[in-house]
Design a protein. Structure first.
Length: 95
């Protein structure tokens, strides 16, 4: 089962990059494409939210959340710009 899920993840991740590149070539904005990736994942992630929250949040949670959000936004925008500016084979790591 885990092998199937890993293969399915690889297929969907590569599809995400391909469709992101296609929408950027068609004239899409880097900000809109990066925002759309997060927006379309939201309906699948929201039902899991109650199970993922810890019982008590410490005082360091909110600064860490803010720093993580800022870094994640910056990484998504830079990733979209890299996909837009060059070939997928050069901008997407082969791991």
């Amino acid at each position: 089962m885990w092998l199937f899920l890993a293969l399915l993840t690889a297929v969907f991740e590569s599809g995400k990059d391909i469709f992101g590149k296609k929408s950027l070539i068609a004239g899409g904005d880097v900000f809109v494409v990066a925002w759309a990736w997060r927006l379309f994942a939201l309906p699948f992630l929201l039902p899991l939210l109650p199970a993922a929250l810890p019982a008590e949040l410490g005082p360091a949670f909110w600064p860490a959340l803010a720093a993580g959000a800022i870094l994640n936004i910056l990484a998504a925008l830079l990733y979209m710009e890299a996909i837009r500016s060059c070939d997928l084979s050069l901008s997407v790591p082969l791991v």
